[in-house]
Design a protein around this ligand. Sequence first.
Ligand code: GLA
Length: 372
Amino acid sequence: MGATLMTTMAASGVTAKPGSTKKTPFGKTPDGEAVDLYTLTNKSGVEAAITNYGGSVVSLKVPDRDGKLGDVVLGFDSVDGYVNNTSYLGALIGRYGNRIGHAEFKLDGKTYTLAKNNGENTLHGGTKGFNKAVWTAKEIPAKDGQALELTYLSKDGEEGFPGNLHVRVIYTLTDENALKIDYFATTDKDTVVNLTNHSYFNLAGPASGDILGHIMMIEADKFTPVDSGLIPTGELRDVAGTPFDFRKPTEVGARINSDDEQIKLGGGYDHNFVLRRKPGEAVSLAARVTEPKTGRVMEVWTTQPGVQFYTGNFLDGSLHGKSGISYTKRSAFCLETQHFPDSPNKPKFPSTELKPGERYHTTTIYKFSTEK
Ligand code: GLA
């Protein structure tokens, strides 16, 4: 039997029923457009709140080892925070996640020029990426939990990218305590696409200090080293013998200040890892993170070839999030599943091209559990 979908315009603060979705007003954009917050609650009370502004995950409440629910993502209390947000908290990222070098790329012999919104480069889609778009939201039925569909039309030429891109993202909060994200896109002209989600996690809770004590495992034998603008050099480098070797679970902070050229360039971790995909597997394990104090565990499963591990190095305490919490350096980490940065300019990297008639579909699952 399908889960019951409920839409109520109830004032925020009303406790959601297990196995339901609740819609509440989340404020207005500077253009006066009203946006909403959709709170998905699964059968055991786990809760994901998502706004259609930027498709941002606003809060995610999962149990600790004692069964106590706690928020594990950074976010803001209303849309204003997201409008002013330059750190992409929780947002859907597009048309191209992470950087494109020199803010240009060639496709079918033509050069496309993009906005330089990160030094000489383009970051996360340009000046007004998908994180600043108001998406059309619709609650849809799901066999395995609560689902929200978000759609957005990125017009031909938007931020310099060719082709009308119809994007559809489905967030499903499953009854197995996973937040599953399906990304779909089609185009009417050859283009490049790289969609991801930029949630910042702190499994001990957003007010609990830095994430250096989290234990990280990343299923990657190689990573993509970068230059001073954080653009991949094109090399796939072995993680063995470097601070990037997370094949065995290791504390995030163990090597984050080491005297390593790549660590210094990133100001910590801000690198794409080349995932060890298992042939024949629909989704493969990308990373497993455990937080010793609370016992919370997060696994990331994906169809994507890479993941950007970012340790919140640019957070500097100036952003004030939910309940006024100041988001300080390294108070959260991101695991952004993706194609490699600057792929449009790196012919040897897996291609990010999408052509008319093709269907882009990727899946990423953030799965929560606990251990003793
Ligand atoms: C990504 C980038 C980082 C930084 C953050 C947002 O993770 O790789 O360099 O831009 O997004 O601040």
